[in-house]
Design a protein. Sequence first.
Lengths: 394, 98
Amino acid sequence: MSGVRVLVGTHKGAFILSSDGKREKWEVAGPLFAGWEIYHMKGSAVDPNRIYASQTSGWFGQILQRSDDGGKTWQQPGTPVGEAPATGGGPPKAASNKFVYDTSAETGKPLTTHQWYDGTQHPWEFKRVWHLEPSLRDAETVYAGVEDAALFKSTDGGQNWKELAGLRGHGTGPMWQPGAGGMCLHTVILDPGNEKRIWIAISAAGAFRTEDGGVTWKPINRGLRSEFIPDQDAEVGHCVHHVAMNPGRPGVMFMQKHWDVMRSDDAGDSWREVSGNLPTDFGFVIDVHAHEPETIYVVPIKSDSEHYVMEGKLRVYRSKSGGGEWEALTRGLPQKDCYVNVLRDAMAVDSLDECGIYFGTTGGQVYASSDAGETWNAIVRDLPAVLSVEVQTL
Amino acid sequence: MIRVVLPFHLRALAQVAGEVPLEVPTPVTVRTALDALEARYPMLRGTIRDQVTKERRAFLRFFVGEEDWSLEPADKLLPEAVISGREPLVVIGAIAGG
């Protein structure tokens, strides 16, 4: 292990922050894809030089970018820079930004409707890729969680995508509804020991799990309570903001729901609240220490109407007991006049011996702690609003 | 040879500067012009019109001179001024904050 690479997606481009294992001095590269929203970037665990990025725009739609050299150069998969023009009118070699819901008779599900903000039904429409999750076994395989909620898979390095339609076609779709950010599939967790088992989460539908590689899915929301739905204990309809799992302990899951921090010890079959003494249990991010699976981190946000930290103080809360008892981590973080948010995919941990924690804010700061949260430093302070943070331990 | 003017972000994506000269087989229409553009610059597929339905993306507009062609049928013959290269076909992003 020689260093870390922090992949930062922002509202106006991507940035790559690099450091050696000490994590004291940083190099900042970017903006990449300047002016575009970069919802997420993530590197392959199999080949760290392989990085995928979701580049989106309300004007120009979805673009999928890939780097094979650790972020130095990028291409739209299947459309290398300098490639000879297509000729002859044949089918395109690749369609890396073509996300079409699978309605085929063989593997697809009919394109149905979901609940709209006003309670009416609304057709499923692709809008963007929120999250890219590279396979733990094969650098060419990558999953994409999209809005309107669905899971896609590519097995050719992002050149072509196929929906795992069993999720969208689970049958509860008409009860799914968008949160304020849209009806997004934002969390994809792969089981290191079982490639057929995948967890996903959707705002606002809840968490789901497959045991057969994505053919069939089970809602796993027992124990969640949400005041904004008529049946507060419903099977689906919960606004799950993020789920995290220590890869060394598959099946022990931690969730930041709209309100409530939750924990499951049975792979999501049941959940219990572990908000404990948090000053507010609303928030977006949650993550787990790389080596201490009972040590978890959240950033409490004042409320769902006031998307900023409480009392003008940016505080990461850590529990060393898997929830319930929390302590505020503040050293190096602003404790006055700070009113930022930390979005759901904007926290990550490295796996160096002394676990590093990273998060980005809507104010454009990216903070790092190289001592598991005891102290913090801003790597950068003035980026565009941060949408996502991932880290690669190199 | 027609001329196509792209907005900043699409010029960056296609790695072109300024106007794009384009050979378009007859009949020269918005559809055939975009077909030729996407064939020459495959990275632009899906950015101007939907990959499947071929409908113009909602926040983009097409202009010929001062004339708005956004709502014209995609198969309508473009004016002689565009076909001859005197006037460009202009793709414009809707003006909005951000």
